[in-house]
Design a protein around this ligand. Structure first.
Ligand code: HEM
Length: 203
């Protein structure tokens, strides 16, 4: 990806927006935005977990787009490696583990628990696969796993489009939120698999 491309610009803008919001709203250990009372109670009971999750996962969003810049990888491979470790260990590893631990307390019952739980497990698994491929110097495989991993990180961005849409729709939040727990990531994964298939068959 090129630094001047609209894809990089839009992705970076959305990631900075969502991460900035998360860090401001939860980063200091104080919840600054009103949420559903049931969610507020959970965040109050698990303050450390939600703070670790918001800070760790935000780091992944802030670093992720830069890892796909062709020029940065070619000109500063060491920087790419160090940012990659920070992304995978602190962002995905720490933020994702905290997300999995939060999933049984998520709003909306079992469907939400399973949606967020599976998202977190796949985030960790695709991150692990990316590390293993890089260690084996299989860089094309590494790129594919990182694309899948980052598509899952963007669940935080798509979720923030669905939330206001659910409020505008007027549908009961307790019915809509479990669907959002799946809709925020399954289409991202389908899209990235379609994109990868299209680009390999065109090559
Ligand atoms: C991709 C794996 C992720 C998983 C499994 C996950 C899981 C969760 C869960 C279970 C909750 C609690 C929701 C509830 O109580 O109903 C939550 C909330 C939250 N997550 Fe994540 N999350 C992920 C990615 C991210 C990312 C990348 C960010 C970066 C900004 C993020 C930021 C937040 C924030 C700020 C909240 C608080 C609720 C809100 O303001 O919407 N999460 N997450």
């Amino acid at each position: 990806m090129q630094a001047r491309s609209w894809r990089f610009g839009l992705t970076t803008f959305l990631c900075i927006g969502v991460a900035g919001y998360a860090l401001w709203a939860y980063g200091g250990g104080v919840q600054r935005v009103p949420v559903h009372p049931d969610m507020a109670a959970v965040f109050d009971d698990h303050r450390v977990l939600i703070t670790v999750h918001a800070v760790g996962a935000s780091l992944a969003l802030l670093l992720g787009p830069f890892q796909f810049l062709d020029r940065l990888r070619a000109r500063a491979p060491r920087l790419h490696r160090w940012l990659g470790y920070a992304y995978l260990l602190l962002g995905v590893g720490v933020g994702g583990t905290a997300g999995v631990l939060l999933s049984p307390y998520s709003f909306g019952g079992l469907v939400s628990h399973l949606g967020f739980g599976l998202l977190g497990c796949l985030w960790l698994l695709t991150g692990l696969m990316a590390v293993v491929a890089a260690k084996r110097r299989r860089f094309e495989e590494h790129r594919l796993w990182m694309l899948r991993n980052f598509a899952l990180a963007l669940a935080a961005v798509t979720l923030r489009f669905y939330l206001p849409a659910s409020v505008i729709s007027g549908l009961p939040f307790e019915n809509v939120y479990p669907a959002i727990a799946w809709l925020c990531w399954v289409p991202n994964l389908i899209f990235v698999e379609w994109f990868l298939k299209k680009s390999t068959s065109a090559a």
